[in-house]
Design a protein around this ligand. Sequence first.
Ligand code: TXA
Ligand code: MG
Length: 316
Amino acid sequence: MTERLATDAAGIARAAELLAAGDLVAFPTETVYGLGGDARSGEAVARIYAAKGRPRFNPLIVHVPDLAAAERVAVFSEAARALAAAFWPGPLTLVLPLRPEAGISDLVSAGLDTVAVRMPAHPVARALLAAFGGPVAAPSANPSGKVSPTNADHVLEGLDGKIAAVVDGGPCAVGLESTILMLDPPTLLRPGGLPAEALEAALGCALPTGGDAARPNAPGQLKSHYAPGAAVRLNATEKRPGEVFLGFGPGPAADLTLSETGDLVEAAARLFGALREADRLAQACGAATIAVAPIPDTGLGRAINDRLQRAAAPRS
Ligand code: TXA
Ligand code: MG
């Protein structure tokens, strides 16, 4: 049985105690719920991969409460410090040279000499990281390849009985995973909750997107990801027979909408929950496909379209 913990002092203390014992605890961040384990414990990290059914080659993000903790894990250049000052805490993950002396398990970095580091903004995540006092490896708290969880019920739908606890902090405000940036050379590895335009403005240059197959970077090498049960049809301008229609902005009558007013922030926050809901509707009415209205490809729309393209990709 997976414990559902409150966000009060007792709940945070229990969650920190479980992490210290090498157990897995799902917790809310402003992006999605993370499945946390002690990043220094090979056994805890192996449990994360096992609970998710995750391929070993896909490395994990290390979560820290503050910059001092981040600098103990990774080597920060001037540019990295400037980005941390501008955007942390928040939905940005930096890929930086790993400090071997930090004792991060090889399973976290999947053998790379870099590490992905993130300082989440969610007060519950920050309280838990501070109480635990060590680096926490945390992928999204869902079975590998499935839709990411944006509330505690989503976590339990996929992982009940497989993890020690979930800290129930309600729905996630951003709703999309963090933006992942490699700094050397500056490359956008995954569009996410921090719009790429904000990073480009801070860096003063355009950001190429990463997709080098030789490097295990953002979920890129796993083309099908975020997959609901039903098939997904993108850029749909009408609802066809046998479809559930997921709308955005004004347009044809929709079964569900990401945002009635065409607001990308609202659409990002609703995306994963809406995919789950559309899947339930499709199952209930025997529809085989979820049709999704076009989403503008700017700001958070870029990250939304990235997730939708993976949700629509052929399943292996
Ligand atoms: O918002 C988020 O980032 C959430 C919450 C829980 O913080 N976490 C999350 O983790 O999305 P995950 O494991 O689903 O995604 C981590 C991504 C993977 O696609 C992985 O390939 C990439 O980060 N990554 C991790 N370490 C890396 C490294 N050293 N170099 C390049 N990419 C790396
Ligand atoms: Mg994930």
